[in-house]
Ligand binder design. Structure first.
Ligand code: ADP
Length: 413
Protein backbone atom coordinates (compact mmCIF):
# COMPACT_ATOMS: atom_id res chain seq x y z
CA UNK A 1 0.00 0.00 0.00
CA UNK A 2 1.47 3.37 -0.97
CA UNK A 3 1.20 6.16 1.58
CA UNK A 4 0.54 9.76 0.56
CA UNK A 5 2.33 12.52 2.45
CA UNK A 6 0.73 15.94 2.13
CA UNK A 7 1.44 19.35 3.59
CA UNK A 8 -1.43 21.88 3.42
CA UNK A 9 -0.92 25.63 3.86
CA UNK A 10 -4.04 26.15 6.00
CA UNK A 11 -6.41 24.20 8.25
CA UNK A 12 -9.55 23.99 6.15
CA UNK A 13 -7.38 23.36 3.06
CA UNK A 14 -6.14 20.30 4.91
CA UNK A 15 -9.64 19.04 5.65
CA UNK A 16 -10.64 19.85 2.06
CA UNK A 17 -7.98 17.62 0.51
CA UNK A 18 -8.55 15.00 3.21
CA UNK A 19 -12.22 14.92 2.21
CA UNK A 20 -11.25 14.23 -1.41
CA UNK A 21 -8.80 11.52 -0.36
CA UNK A 22 -11.54 9.93 1.78
CA UNK A 23 -14.05 10.17 -1.06
CA UNK A 24 -11.70 8.25 -3.37
CA UNK A 25 -11.17 5.53 -0.78
CA UNK A 26 -8.16 6.64 1.21
CA UNK A 27 -7.87 6.33 4.96
CA UNK A 28 -6.87 9.93 5.69
CA UNK A 29 -5.46 11.53 8.83
CA UNK A 30 -5.26 15.32 9.28
CA UNK A 31 -2.35 16.14 11.59
CA UNK A 32 -1.91 19.34 13.61
CA UNK A 33 0.82 18.21 16.01
CA UNK A 34 3.14 15.52 14.67
CA UNK A 35 4.51 14.82 18.17
CA UNK A 36 1.14 13.84 19.67
CA UNK A 37 -0.58 11.84 16.92
CA UNK A 38 -2.55 8.86 18.17
CA UNK A 39 -0.47 5.77 17.21
CA UNK A 40 -3.57 3.70 16.36
CA UNK A 41 -4.82 6.38 13.96
CA UNK A 42 -1.37 6.63 12.41
CA UNK A 43 -1.13 2.88 11.83
CA UNK A 44 -4.43 2.80 9.93
CA UNK A 45 -3.80 5.83 7.70
CA UNK A 46 -2.64 5.70 4.09
CA UNK A 47 -2.85 9.46 3.56
CA UNK A 48 -1.23 11.88 6.02
CA UNK A 49 -2.20 15.54 5.66
CA UNK A 50 -0.23 17.91 7.89
CA UNK A 51 -2.22 21.12 8.45
CA UNK A 52 -0.06 24.25 8.67
CA UNK A 53 -0.91 27.93 8.84
CA UNK A 54 1.79 28.94 6.38
CA UNK A 55 -0.07 30.63 3.52
CA UNK A 56 0.77 34.16 4.59
CA UNK A 57 3.56 33.38 7.06
CA UNK A 58 7.05 34.87 6.49
CA UNK A 59 8.75 32.90 3.68
CA UNK A 60 11.46 31.38 5.89
CA UNK A 61 8.86 30.16 8.41
CA UNK A 62 6.66 28.65 5.70
CA UNK A 63 9.64 26.86 4.16
CA UNK A 64 10.87 25.52 7.50
CA UNK A 65 7.44 24.30 8.61
CA UNK A 66 6.63 22.72 5.22
CA UNK A 67 9.98 20.96 5.02
CA UNK A 68 9.68 19.56 8.54
CA UNK A 69 6.10 18.41 7.88
CA UNK A 70 6.91 16.61 4.63
CA UNK A 71 9.96 15.00 6.24
CA UNK A 72 7.70 13.67 8.98
CA UNK A 73 5.36 12.09 6.42
CA UNK A 74 8.36 10.46 4.75
CA UNK A 75 9.49 9.11 8.13
CA UNK A 76 6.04 7.51 8.44
CA UNK A 77 6.52 5.73 5.11
CA UNK A 78 5.02 8.15 2.58
CA UNK A 79 6.30 7.69 -0.98
CA UNK A 80 4.00 10.04 -2.92
CA UNK A 81 4.17 13.69 -1.89
CA UNK A 82 1.69 16.56 -2.25
CA UNK A 83 1.89 20.27 -1.43
CA UNK A 84 -1.69 21.56 -1.10
CA UNK A 85 -2.45 25.27 -1.57
CA UNK A 86 -5.56 27.16 -2.57
CA UNK A 87 -7.09 26.54 -5.98
CA UNK A 88 -6.97 30.32 -6.53
CA UNK A 89 -3.17 30.12 -6.13
CA UNK A 90 -3.22 32.47 -3.11
CA UNK A 91 0.32 33.87 -2.88
CA UNK A 92 2.35 37.07 -3.22
CA UNK A 93 5.43 37.77 -5.40
CA UNK A 94 7.50 36.61 -2.40
CA UNK A 95 5.63 33.34 -1.95
CA UNK A 96 4.83 31.09 -0.39
CA UNK A 97 4.08 28.62 -3.18
CA UNK A 98 7.34 28.99 -5.14
CA UNK A 99 9.74 29.00 -2.17
CA UNK A 100 8.09 25.92 -0.64
CA UNK A 101 8.35 24.02 -3.96
CA UNK A 102 12.01 25.12 -4.29
CA UNK A 103 12.71 23.69 -0.83
CA UNK A 104 10.66 20.48 -1.06
CA UNK A 105 12.13 19.17 -4.33
CA UNK A 106 15.75 18.82 -3.10
CA UNK A 107 14.54 17.83 0.37
CA UNK A 108 12.69 14.86 -1.12
CA UNK A 109 15.23 14.23 -3.89
CA UNK A 110 12.52 14.70 -6.55
CA UNK A 111 12.98 15.97 -10.11
CA UNK A 112 9.74 17.68 -11.05
CA UNK A 113 7.02 19.71 -9.34
CA UNK A 114 3.64 19.48 -11.07
CA UNK A 115 1.64 22.68 -10.53
CA UNK A 116 -2.06 21.90 -11.05
CA UNK A 117 -4.34 24.19 -9.01
CA UNK A 118 -7.48 23.42 -11.07
CA UNK A 119 -10.56 22.33 -9.06
CA UNK A 120 -13.32 22.20 -11.70
CA UNK A 121 -16.16 21.26 -9.32
CA UNK A 122 -15.45 24.55 -7.50
CA UNK A 123 -15.18 26.47 -10.78
CA UNK A 124 -11.37 26.67 -10.92
CA UNK A 125 -9.93 25.62 -14.28
CA UNK A 126 -6.56 26.07 -15.97
CA UNK A 127 -6.40 26.51 -19.74
CA UNK A 128 -3.38 27.62 -21.81
CA UNK A 129 -1.60 28.18 -18.51
CA UNK A 130 -4.22 30.68 -17.30
CA UNK A 131 -6.25 30.15 -14.13
CA UNK A 132 -9.99 30.84 -14.35
CA UNK A 133 -12.51 31.32 -11.53
CA UNK A 134 -15.89 30.48 -12.97
CA UNK A 135 -16.06 32.27 -16.30
CA UNK A 136 -13.44 34.94 -15.61
CA UNK A 137 -9.64 34.94 -15.39
CA UNK A 138 -8.25 34.91 -11.84
CA UNK A 139 -7.26 38.60 -12.01
CA UNK A 140 -10.83 39.60 -12.88
CA UNK A 141 -12.33 37.55 -10.01
CA UNK A 142 -12.87 38.86 -6.46
CA UNK A 143 -9.38 37.46 -5.68
CA UNK A 144 -8.01 40.61 -7.33
CA UNK A 145 -9.01 42.46 -4.15
CA UNK A 146 -8.02 39.87 -1.53
CA UNK A 147 -6.56 41.76 1.45
CA UNK A 148 -3.56 39.44 2.01
CA UNK A 149 -2.94 37.77 -1.36
CA UNK A 150 -4.37 39.95 -4.15
CA UNK A 151 -4.14 38.02 -7.42
CA UNK A 152 -3.41 40.50 -10.22
CA UNK A 153 -2.55 38.08 -13.05
CA UNK A 154 -4.05 34.86 -14.43
CA UNK A 155 -0.88 33.45 -16.01
CA UNK A 156 0.47 30.85 -13.61
CA UNK A 157 3.93 31.13 -15.15
CA UNK A 158 4.04 34.90 -14.60
CA UNK A 159 2.73 34.45 -11.04
CA UNK A 160 5.34 31.81 -10.23
CA UNK A 161 8.35 33.37 -11.96
CA UNK A 162 9.23 35.85 -9.19
CA UNK A 163 8.66 33.16 -6.53
CA UNK A 164 11.04 30.43 -7.74
CA UNK A 165 14.60 29.78 -8.85
CA UNK A 166 13.53 26.77 -10.94
CA UNK A 167 12.87 26.52 -14.67
CA UNK A 168 9.17 26.49 -15.61
CA UNK A 169 7.46 24.79 -18.55
CA UNK A 170 3.82 24.23 -19.50
CA UNK A 171 1.77 21.10 -20.09
CA UNK A 172 -1.15 22.23 -22.22
CA UNK A 173 -4.52 20.54 -22.47
CA UNK A 174 -3.85 18.82 -25.81
CA UNK A 175 -0.84 17.02 -24.27
CA UNK A 176 -2.82 16.17 -21.11
CA UNK A 177 -5.52 14.56 -23.26
CA UNK A 178 -3.32 12.82 -25.81
CA UNK A 179 -1.34 10.68 -23.39
CA UNK A 180 1.67 12.97 -23.28
CA UNK A 181 1.79 13.56 -19.54
CA UNK A 182 4.47 11.05 -18.53
CA UNK A 183 6.84 12.29 -21.25
CA UNK A 184 6.38 15.91 -20.24
CA UNK A 185 7.07 15.04 -16.59
CA UNK A 186 10.11 12.84 -17.26
CA UNK A 187 13.27 13.76 -15.32
CA UNK A 188 15.39 16.16 -17.41
CA UNK A 189 18.57 16.42 -15.34
CA UNK A 190 17.61 19.57 -13.44
CA UNK A 191 14.74 20.05 -10.96
CA UNK A 192 11.93 22.01 -12.64
CA UNK A 193 8.31 23.06 -12.45
CA UNK A 194 5.65 21.97 -14.94
CA UNK A 195 2.37 23.93 -14.97
CA UNK A 196 -0.54 21.77 -16.15
CA UNK A 197 -3.84 22.66 -17.78
CA UNK A 198 -6.94 20.85 -16.47
CA UNK A 199 -10.54 21.76 -17.12
CA UNK A 200 -12.38 18.71 -15.79
CA UNK A 201 -11.94 15.99 -13.18
CA UNK A 202 -10.72 13.48 -15.76
CA UNK A 203 -7.80 15.77 -16.64
CA UNK A 204 -6.77 15.91 -12.97
CA UNK A 205 -7.12 12.15 -12.54
CA UNK A 206 -4.96 11.59 -15.64
CA UNK A 207 -2.31 14.00 -14.33
CA UNK A 208 -2.10 12.48 -10.85
CA UNK A 209 -2.00 8.92 -12.17
CA UNK A 210 0.61 9.56 -14.87
CA UNK A 211 2.94 11.40 -12.50
CA UNK A 212 5.49 8.97 -11.11
CA UNK A 213 6.92 9.02 -7.60
CA UNK A 214 9.69 11.33 -8.90
CA UNK A 215 7.04 14.08 -9.17
CA UNK A 216 6.00 16.39 -6.34
CA UNK A 217 2.27 16.93 -6.79
CA UNK A 218 1.14 20.47 -5.97
CA UNK A 219 -2.20 22.18 -6.33
CA UNK A 220 -5.70 22.31 -4.93
CA UNK A 221 -7.68 19.42 -3.51
CA UNK A 222 -8.91 18.46 -7.01
CA UNK A 223 -5.60 16.88 -7.99
CA UNK A 224 -6.12 14.32 -5.19
CA UNK A 225 -9.03 12.85 -7.19
CA UNK A 226 -6.39 10.79 -8.98
CA UNK A 227 -4.86 9.36 -5.80
CA UNK A 228 -7.64 6.99 -4.85
CA UNK A 229 -8.59 3.37 -4.58
CA UNK A 230 -8.82 2.96 -8.36
CA UNK A 231 -5.14 3.67 -8.64
CA UNK A 232 -4.25 1.50 -5.67
CA UNK A 233 -6.24 -1.71 -5.21
CA UNK A 234 -5.46 -1.96 -1.52
CA UNK A 235 -6.86 1.44 -0.52
CA UNK A 236 -10.14 0.83 1.29
CA UNK A 237 -11.12 4.16 2.85
CA UNK A 238 -11.34 5.05 6.51
CA UNK A 239 -13.85 3.71 9.01
CA UNK A 240 -16.94 5.91 9.39
CA UNK A 241 -17.15 8.18 12.41
CA UNK A 242 -19.65 6.79 14.89
CA UNK A 243 -22.41 8.61 16.76
CA UNK A 244 -20.94 8.72 20.26
CA UNK A 245 -23.02 9.28 23.35
CA UNK A 246 -22.98 12.92 24.36
CA UNK A 247 -24.38 16.25 23.31
CA UNK A 248 -24.24 18.07 19.98
CA UNK A 249 -23.11 21.63 19.37
CA UNK A 250 -22.48 23.96 16.42
CA UNK A 251 -20.12 26.91 16.81
CA UNK A 252 -20.19 29.31 13.86
CA UNK A 253 -17.68 32.14 13.51
CA UNK A 254 -17.99 32.37 9.74
CA UNK A 255 -19.66 35.33 8.08
CA UNK A 256 -19.76 33.86 4.57
CA UNK A 257 -22.93 33.86 2.50
CA UNK A 258 -23.19 30.05 2.66
CA UNK A 259 -22.85 30.00 6.44
CA UNK A 260 -25.42 32.74 6.84
CA UNK A 261 -27.90 30.61 4.85
CA UNK A 262 -27.04 27.61 7.07
CA UNK A 263 -27.64 29.71 10.19
CA UNK A 264 -30.96 30.94 8.80
CA UNK A 265 -32.05 27.35 8.14
CA UNK A 266 -30.94 26.16 11.59
CA UNK A 267 -32.86 28.98 13.31
CA UNK A 268 -36.08 27.35 12.12
CA UNK A 269 -35.19 23.94 13.55
CA UNK A 270 -32.75 24.25 16.46
CA UNK A 271 -32.22 26.39 19.56
CA UNK A 272 -29.86 29.18 18.53
CA UNK A 273 -27.95 31.95 20.28
CA UNK A 274 -26.37 34.90 18.53
CA UNK A 275 -23.25 36.27 20.22
CA UNK A 276 -23.60 39.75 21.68
CA UNK A 277 -20.68 41.91 20.54
CA UNK A 278 -21.13 44.37 23.40
CA UNK A 279 -20.92 41.58 25.99
CA UNK A 280 -17.79 40.16 24.32
CA UNK A 281 -16.17 43.59 24.47
CA UNK A 282 -17.24 44.06 28.08
CA UNK A 283 -16.10 40.79 29.74
CA UNK A 284 -15.30 37.91 27.34
CA UNK A 285 -14.53 35.34 30.05
CA UNK A 286 -17.76 35.90 31.96
CA UNK A 287 -19.69 36.06 28.70
CA UNK A 288 -18.29 32.70 27.48
CA UNK A 289 -19.53 31.21 30.77
CA UNK A 290 -23.00 32.69 30.18
CA UNK A 291 -23.09 31.33 26.64
CA UNK A 292 -22.16 27.89 27.91
CA UNK A 293 -24.89 28.11 30.59
CA UNK A 294 -27.38 28.76 27.76
CA UNK A 295 -25.97 25.73 25.87
CA UNK A 296 -26.34 23.42 28.88
CA UNK A 297 -29.91 24.63 29.42
CA UNK A 298 -30.73 23.60 25.83
CA UNK A 299 -29.05 20.22 26.25
CA UNK A 300 -30.85 19.58 29.54
CA UNK A 301 -34.20 20.50 27.97
CA UNK A 302 -33.74 18.14 25.00
CA UNK A 303 -30.76 15.76 25.36
CA UNK A 304 -29.20 14.83 22.02
CA UNK A 305 -30.60 17.84 20.17
CA UNK A 306 -27.97 20.15 18.67
CA UNK A 307 -27.67 23.78 19.79
CA UNK A 308 -26.15 26.52 17.64
CA UNK A 309 -24.04 29.47 18.83
CA UNK A 310 -23.22 31.87 16.01
CA UNK A 311 -21.47 35.19 15.44
CA UNK A 312 -23.18 36.54 12.38
CA UNK A 313 -26.41 36.19 10.45
CA UNK A 314 -26.23 39.35 8.38
CA UNK A 315 -23.50 41.47 6.85
CA UNK A 316 -24.57 44.47 8.92
CA UNK A 317 -23.19 42.60 11.96
CA UNK A 318 -19.74 42.97 10.44
CA UNK A 319 -20.31 46.63 9.56
CA UNK A 320 -21.05 47.23 13.22
CA UNK A 321 -18.26 44.98 14.47
CA UNK A 322 -15.04 47.01 14.26
CA UNK A 323 -16.10 49.45 16.94
CA UNK A 324 -17.11 46.66 19.33
CA UNK A 325 -15.01 43.50 18.88
CA UNK A 326 -12.40 42.02 16.55
CA UNK A 327 -12.64 38.70 14.74
CA UNK A 328 -9.99 37.43 17.11
CA UNK A 329 -12.19 38.27 20.12
CA UNK A 330 -15.08 36.34 18.59
CA UNK A 331 -12.85 33.32 17.89
CA UNK A 332 -11.52 33.51 21.43
CA UNK A 333 -15.01 33.33 22.96
CA UNK A 334 -16.05 30.45 20.67
CA UNK A 335 -12.84 28.59 21.61
CA UNK A 336 -13.62 29.05 25.30
CA UNK A 337 -17.21 27.83 24.84
CA UNK A 338 -15.79 24.74 23.10
CA UNK A 339 -13.51 24.09 26.06
CA UNK A 340 -16.42 24.40 28.51
CA UNK A 341 -18.55 22.09 26.37
CA UNK A 342 -15.90 19.43 25.60
CA UNK A 343 -16.58 17.09 28.57
CA UNK A 344 -20.21 16.60 27.50
CA UNK A 345 -19.76 16.60 23.72
CA UNK A 346 -20.44 13.65 21.46
CA UNK A 347 -20.17 15.65 18.24
CA UNK A 348 -19.27 19.21 17.25
CA UNK A 349 -19.53 21.23 14.02
CA UNK A 350 -17.37 24.34 13.65
CA UNK A 351 -18.02 26.84 10.83
CA UNK A 352 -15.21 29.11 9.62
CA UNK A 353 -11.61 28.43 8.65
CA UNK A 354 -9.93 30.61 11.25
CA UNK A 355 -12.54 29.67 13.83
CA UNK A 356 -11.85 25.98 13.16
CA UNK A 357 -8.12 26.48 13.71
CA UNK A 358 -8.85 28.17 17.02
CA UNK A 359 -11.21 25.46 18.29
CA UNK A 360 -8.83 22.64 17.28
CA UNK A 361 -6.04 24.43 19.15
CA UNK A 362 -8.13 25.17 22.24
CA UNK A 363 -9.35 21.57 22.47
CA UNK A 364 -5.74 20.34 22.26
CA UNK A 365 -6.49 18.13 19.24
CA UNK A 366 -3.36 16.65 17.63
CA UNK A 367 -4.94 14.80 14.71
CA UNK A 368 -8.26 13.97 13.07
CA UNK A 369 -9.14 10.63 11.54
CA UNK A 370 -11.24 11.34 8.46
CA UNK A 371 -14.54 9.49 8.05
CA UNK A 372 -17.66 10.05 5.97
CA UNK A 373 -18.07 12.96 3.57
CA UNK A 374 -20.82 15.46 4.47
CA UNK A 375 -20.41 17.67 1.39
CA UNK A 376 -17.53 18.46 -0.96
CA UNK A 377 -14.77 19.75 1.31
CA UNK A 378 -16.54 18.82 4.58
CA UNK A 379 -16.13 15.53 6.46
CA UNK A 380 -16.95 13.97 9.78
CA UNK A 381 -13.71 13.29 11.61
CA UNK A 382 -12.89 11.43 14.78
CA UNK A 383 -11.07 13.66 17.26
CA UNK A 384 -9.32 12.79 20.51
CA UNK A 385 -9.52 15.45 23.22
CA UNK A 386 -8.56 15.35 26.90
CA UNK A 387 -12.15 14.14 27.52
CA UNK A 388 -12.11 11.27 25.03
CA UNK A 389 -13.20 10.88 21.43
CA UNK A 390 -15.87 12.87 19.64
CA UNK A 391 -17.11 13.53 16.12
CA UNK A 392 -15.84 16.82 14.69
CA UNK A 393 -16.71 18.53 11.39
CA UNK A 394 -14.72 21.61 10.39
CA UNK A 395 -16.36 23.70 7.71
CA UNK A 396 -14.73 26.46 5.69
CA UNK A 397 -17.09 29.41 5.15
CA UNK A 398 -18.37 28.61 1.70
CA UNK A 399 -18.79 24.85 2.02
CA UNK A 400 -21.81 22.69 2.79
CA UNK A 401 -25.52 22.59 1.91
CA UNK A 402 -27.96 25.04 3.49
CA UNK A 403 -29.39 22.33 5.79
CA UNK A 404 -26.00 21.08 6.95
CA UNK A 405 -26.35 22.22 10.57
CA UNK A 406 -29.57 20.27 11.00
CA UNK A 407 -28.89 17.20 8.83
CA UNK A 408 -25.15 16.39 9.04
CA UNK A 409 -25.73 14.48 12.31
CA UNK A 410 -27.72 11.80 10.48
CA UNK A 411 -24.55 10.75 8.64
CA UNK A 412 -22.84 9.65 11.85
CA UNK A 413 -22.71 5.85 11.78
P1 ADP B 1 -14.62 31.85 6.87
O1 ADP B 1 -14.16 30.45 6.65
O2 ADP B 1 -16.06 32.06 6.50
O3 ADP B 1 -13.68 32.89 6.27
P2 ADP B 1 -13.35 32.38 9.40
O4 ADP B 1 -13.62 31.75 10.73
O5 ADP B 1 -12.08 31.97 8.71
O6 ADP B 1 -14.61 32.07 8.45
O7 ADP B 1 -13.30 33.92 9.50
C1 ADP B 1 -14.37 34.71 9.96
C2 ADP B 1 -13.82 35.77 10.90
O8 ADP B 1 -14.81 36.75 11.11
C3 ADP B 1 -13.47 35.18 12.26
O9 ADP B 1 -12.28 35.78 12.75
C4 ADP B 1 -14.67 35.59 13.11
O10 ADP B 1 -14.35 35.66 14.47
C5 ADP B 1 -15.00 36.93 12.50
N1 ADP B 1 -16.39 37.33 12.77
C6 ADP B 1 -17.50 36.66 12.41
N2 ADP B 1 -18.60 37.33 12.82
C7 ADP B 1 -18.17 38.46 13.43
C8 ADP B 1 -18.80 39.56 14.07
N3 ADP B 1 -20.14 39.64 14.16
N4 ADP B 1 -18.02 40.54 14.59
C9 ADP B 1 -16.68 40.47 14.50
N5 ADP B 1 -16.01 39.46 13.92
C10 ADP B 1 -16.74 38.47 13.38
Amino acid sequence: MSIIGCVADDVTGATDIASVLAAVGRSALVVFDVDRVDPDDLREADALVVALKSRTAPVADAVAASTAAIQWTRDQGASTFFFKYCSTFDSTPEGNIGPVIDALLPELGLDVALVAPAYPRNGRTVYQGRLFVGHVPLDESPMRHHPLTPMRDASLERLLRPQTRLGISSLFLDAVRSGGIADELAPAGEPRIVIADAIDDDDLVALARAAGEHVLLTGGAGLALGLGADGDDEATGGDPVVARPGERLILSGSASATTRRQVAHAREHLPTLKLDAARIADDPVAYAGEVFAWVTAQWDAAPGRAALVYATDSLTDLDAAPSAVSGDDVEWVLGLVAQHAAPRLGALIVAGGETSGRVVHDLGIASLRVGQVIAPGVVWTDALTAHGRMGLALKSGNFGADDMFTNAWELLA
